[in-house]
Design a protein around this ligand. Structure first.
Ligand code: KIV
Length: 281
């Protein structure tokens, strides 16, 4: 097994100009597969709500669901850095509970760090969690937990004033000790500018190729989620089609009595079978 990824290694990657690769995972099987690749960070994202639980909004998952899934991911991951995404209720609904809940991600679920999205009290909350000794990944630009306030799921920072605010927020999160910051759905030149200005790594999603790293929702890139697909998603394989095909073939073989065949069934010794038949008359 290659070496465990540490926060230090993530910082070093920016210094060396090596790209940082981040993917989401919510369960043991996918997390195990991802951990055997070059992915540096596995994010137990609150996108769990949309791509696994069939909910409309990420604000509909809470600590119970997030910890449950983070524990499954932790059991699988031996190498990558595991980041737990703090759900809306755990810090935005009541910022005074943020440190307690961040600690639960680390102590109960075994996460290495937490992520939180920008909101009015984000700087205080991020600073408190960092001071408690828990590494924090920030998230600016399009922040799904407060998307309604931002006018919906739209590109952010398109005019100079809005762009300046995103730069300020990213810089302030660096000042609070965050080890990295996600830039979601902002123009590529703005992301490039932020990436140059910050000493901590930027992780882009819909933010162009100049970011220090890239993140995607795994179910999107694998073609496992098709309820909606933002422009920034690239589907590398179409697992929905393969799964559908496998299940359709299973149904057809069961209906025709072709499954299970002898190679998927258990035989019985002839003598024992005859004894059973005699006793059963
Ligand atoms: O919840 C999530 O999956 C995320 C990523 C899209 C960054 O926050």
């Amino acid at each position: 097994m290659s070496q465990r990824v540490t926060i230090e290694r993530i910082r070093e990657k920016k210094k060396n100009g090596e790209k940082i690769i981040v993917l989401t995972a919510y369960d043991y099987p996918l997390a195990s597969l991802i951990d055997r690749t070059d992915v540096d960070i596995i994010l137990v994202g609150d996108s769990l709500a949309n791509v696994v639980l069939g909910l409309e909004s990420t604000t509909q998952v809470g600590m119970t669901e997030m910890l449950h899934h983070a524990k499954a991911v932790r059991r699988a991951v031996k190498r990558a850095l595991v980041v737990g995404d703090m759900p809306f209720e755990s810090y935005q609904a009541d910022p005074s509970m943020a440190v307690v809940n961040a600690r639960r991600f680390v102590e109960e679920a075994g996460c290495d760090a937490v992520k939180l999205e920008w909101f009015d009290e984000c700087l205080k909350v991020a600073g408190d969690i960092v001071r408690a000794g828990i590494p924090v990944m920030g998230h600016v630009g399009l922040t799904p937990q407060t998307a309604q306030k931002l006018g919906g799921f739209k590109v952010q920072g398109k005019d100079a004033a809005a762009a300046r605010e995103i730069i300020r927020n990213a810089k302030a999160l660096e000042g609070k000790g965050c080890f990295s910051v996600v830039l979601e759905c902002i123009p590529s030149p703005l992301a490039a500018m932020i990436t140059k200005k910050l000493s901590i790594p930027t992780i882009g999603i819909g933010a162009g190729k100049e970011c220090d790293g890239q993140v995607l929702v795994t179910h999107d890139l694998l073609g496992l989620f098709d309820r909606f697909r933002p422009k920034f998603v690239k589907q590398y394989v179409h697992l929905n089609d393969s799964i559908q095909e496998g299940i359709t073939r299973f149904c057809a073989e069961v209906k025709k009595g072709q499954f299970p065949d002898a190679s998927h069934s258990y035989a019985m010794e002839q003598g024992e079978l005859e004894r059973l038949e005699r006793q059963n008359k």
